[in-house]
Design a protein around this ligand. Sequence first.
Ligand code: NAD
Ligand code: UD1
Length: 336
Amino acid sequence: MKVLVTGGAGYIGSHTCVELLAAGHEVVVIDNLCNSKEMALQRVRQISGRPLAFVHADLRDAAALAALFREYAFDAVIHFAGLKAVGESVQVPLDYYHNNFIGSLTLCRVMLAAGLRTLVFSSSATVYGDPAALPIREDFPLSATNPYGRTKLFVEEMLRDLQRADDGWNIALLRYFNPAGAHSSGRIGEDPNGVPNNLMPFITQVAIGKQPELLVFGDDYDTPDGTGVRDYIHVVDLAQGHLAALERLMANPGLVTYNLGTGRGYSVLELIHAFERTCERSVPYRVVARRSGDIGLCYADPGLAHAELGWRARFDIEDMVRDSWRWQTCNPDGYT
Ligand code: NAD
Ligand code: UD1
């Protein structure tokens, strides 16, 4: 297949490119590099030993996108491009609506004009808000508590409307739980800008001495040790979930929605201890107040993805901490 990957230079996109190339697909990436480096794509080529075409452009540039569709006869699009920092989305909501919503809308318009209606979209477990029950199933009520989450919800709604209006569209909405880990080569991984917001990159930066200590946001949740529980999923498992979804779309299912998680939750303290055990490094931490907007427990029921895609996560928490640590130690300053 010839696959267009939007945001392919980013964390999840670059790992997905490796899996696509390994499976023999042809890959073209469009990325404006607002949160990534072109070096990630050079490393994808090195890991794969295969070519990959890169177009440095913004998804909202309809003319550039249309030119790309004239140049290549794509079979499918995997759409990662977007902004993803929850706190920032509260500060600059218009940037988030413009990038995430208008970017997705522009992409759909250009796809339609080019006669391509096969799309995999990066959604998030954030669309479940504070879930009423656990594990979380795809048919649970949807809500959002911040502008980032609302952009994901709005794009999901737009894609459902689009598919209802024209059943020629085959769309997979993939709701990721908490991506972690890195490629086993240590060549590609998560390269956050500035101080990381997410737990795993913060832990590795504390362990390597770039941050003095980890602040644990609350130990008074209704969880076994009081700290927040999340469903961490290895980024390579996540990447392979996209290939499984693409295969499913080739059978013309219409619109499908899958949780991509492991089904197993780990608390903040469990993750710290798994890291310390596996990587033999200590992670100084201090418990502070809850982070505003956080929820206590979040983990997936990944059963539907297993039943319909034949996909399930293979890597465990030790793999995730080991691979995140390898990436951090091999690239202490990320791609720079
Ligand atoms: P990332 O920031 O590493 O990758 C996103 C890529 O999109 C970057 O390379 C960025 O430069 C590019 N981009 C952003 N806006 C663009 C635009 N207008 N035009 C062209 N390129 C643009 O993020 P990631 O962690 O790889 O996430 C990928 C997708 O998955 C995002 O849509 C994100 O919201 C979603 N997601 C991520 C997580 C997570 O924890 N990482 C969880 C759930 C969902
Ligand atoms: C965050 C986003 C969510 C997004 C998800 C994946 C918020 C409020 N939510 O979720 O929208 O879909 O990332 O990108 O930002 N923690 C600490 N100390 C830290 C960092 C985190 O204790 O320095 C705790 C958190 O309170 C949480 C857990 O670690 O219990 C995981 O946090 P994080 O990695 O930020 O992911 P989420 O909060 O699940």
